[in-house]
Design a protein around this ligand. Structure first.
Ligand code: UN1
Length: 514
């Protein structure tokens, strides 16, 4: 997914932004202290539904600030590593409790800063809190194994140990859940963390860190560095003290992070977006499919790496289903997501809005048929936000850019097929491989598809979006490199496995092990 940052000049365009009197002045969190950044560059976050509402501002971190944060994490590491894992987990459990208590307030702030509608923001709070809870429990289950030895009177066992200082780099579209599912496993495993959120969503990141500190996290264990990726991104991968990097964001930035980390030989996991198809088969329950496609394509304004951006529909039901989709699309109310009547919030910023509109132009130019939507919405107060119509294209071909490239907006590309093999090759003819869905009542089709789709996650009769704490999350091809996130796999990424050989014979003997 694209990573963007509002420029300082935006602050002039939107006036002083203090009309609501609710603007937060934010700081970096380094070694347990809230400190002003020293880059000299002010970064501002605005409400994308109303750019007259300035949500937060801060002075970006400099390279020196990032270095200090890494050093603070290094200093805190030995004591945190020695803190028993169940105790580390209990701090996370306490944080989860605070997140639950403050859910509605934080969800409102999320809607105001990121733009997603309030019900989705509440859903994200719940999902993120469940993830913190899941990893809190892992403090009691950070188990190794024992194994039978080839030798008498020998014990073989494994230990899971922390890596040291790790960098967590997160995007703007899930400002709570993604930090939650990366930072919680890192901490419970005994690592110390330098956290760099996207500059578009600093307020949520600050709340997240404040609450972990309130829950009892010692100084230096979690540090927050906010600033332009171009000034602090590389040091968070290249500093010799950094032992692993967990990144979610665009494919371009992810590849760079992977290359830099690879050159240092450190662990790295990058989650980098998708171009996820929902398949609607000839025997599908079309009402069920409609709900899933609408939620997948237009939920979160299409700004999720798991969004349904391609619809591959069987010719036998294509006309009927497409009419159902367009009827539903026309009913969607666009506006500020704090209003419960609203079904579609804004694009996150001007750059993302432009990307969406550019892709719509590319779709038309490549020869796809625009069925509905396609324009910016600027009626009345909506002119102050980055609103765009939910958009559907029919007749999209694999050669079209909107079939292959991630838009990250509410744009659905429809392609019709006649056979299973044609459908499967379209699903797999894509540089990404995060997730996909199939709507069918035919168990044979569903199971074959689950085996053959080149993705990290398959949904049968449910939308392409979402994940659950207890199962792995991630993709193949351009969607991801490194280990899966969430679940035990997500925890294991943040550990080294040590094998211990204990010989308790107590007497010298010839080994028969070579
Ligand atoms: C979801 O679909 O609930 O950036 C999670 C993203 C993904 C998270 C999606 N990493 O959109």
């Amino acid at each position: 997914m694209p990573t963007t940052m509002k420029k300082q000049s935006d602050s002039k365009a939107a006036g002083n932004g203090t009309k609501t009197g609710r603007t937060l002045a934010l700081k970096q969190y380094i070694g347990g202290q809230w400190l002003a950044g020293t880059s000299g560059k002010e970064i501002v976050s605005y409400n994308p539904a109303n750019t007259h509402d300035m949500v937060a501002h801060f002075i970006g971190a400099s390279q020196d600030d990032a270095k200090q944060a890494i050093e603070a994490a290094q200093k805190a590491f030995p004591a945190w590593k020695r803190t028993p894992a169940p105790q580390r987990g209990r701090i996370l459990a306490k944080a989860a409790q605070i997140f639950r208590e403050r859910r509605d307030e934080l969800a409102r702030l999320m809607t105001r800063e990121e733009g997603k509608i309030l019900s989705e923001a509440k859903g994200e709070m719940d999902k993120g809190t469940t993830l913190v809870d899941w990893f809190a429990g892992e403090g009691l289950r950070l188990m190794g194994t024992t194994a039978p030895s080839e030798l008498p009177d020998n014990l073989l066992y494994t230990l899971r140990q922390p890596l040291g200082v790790v960098s967590i780099i997160t995007p703007w579209n899930f400002p709570f859940a993604i930090p939650a599912w990366k930072i919680s496993p890192a901490l419970v495993a005994g690592n110390t963390v330098v956290f760099k959120p996207a500059s578009l969503v600093p307020a949520l990141a600050v709340k997240f860190v404040e609450i972990l500190a309130e829950a009892g996290l010692p100084p230096g264990v979690l540090n927050l560095v906010m600033g332009a990726g171009s000034s602090v991104g590389d040091i968070l991968v290249e500093h010799p003290a950094i032992k692993a990097v967990s990144f979610t964001g665009s494919n371009a930035v992810g590849r760079r992070v992977h290359t830099l980390a690879g050159a240092r030989g450190i662990k790295v996991t990058c989650e980098m977006g998708g171009k996820n198809p929902a398949v609607v088969w000839e025997d599908a329950d079309l009402n069920l499919a409609l709900g899933g496609v609408m939620k997948g394509a237009f939920g979160s304004t299409g700004q999720r790496c798991t969004a349904t951006s391609r619809l591959i529909v069987h010719e036998a039901v294509a006309d009927k289903f497409l009419k159902m989709v367009t009827d539903e699309v026309r009913k969607i109310k666009i506006g500020d997501g704090l209003d419960p009547a609203i079904g579609l919030g804004p694009a996150v910023d001007e750059a993302q809005l432009k990307t969406d509109l550019d892709y719509i132009e590319a779709g038309k130019k490549d020869g796809a048929k625009l069925v509905c939507g396609g324009k910016r919405v600027q009626d009345g107060a909506l002119a102050r936000g980055y609103f765009i119509e939910p958009t559907v294209f029919d007749g999209v071909k694999p050669t079209h850019r909107i079939f292959q490239e991630e838009v990250f907006g509410p744009v659905l590309s429809v392609t019709r097929v006649k056979t299973y093999s044609e459908m499967l090759s379209l699903v797999n003819d894509c540089a990404f491989g995060l997730t996909c869905a199939i709507y069918t009542r035919d168990l044979n089709v569903a199971m074959k598809f689950a085996d053959e789709a080149e993705v990290g996650m398959v949904h049968v009769n449910s939308p392409t979006i979402g994940g659950e704490a207890q199962v792995p999350f991630g993709g193949v091809k351009g969607s991801g490199v490194g280990e899966r996130e969430m679940s035990k796999e997500g925890l294991h990424f943040f550990t080294e496995l040590k094998t211990v050989f204990v010989d308790y014979t107590g007497a010298r003997r010839e080994s028969n092990i070579y």
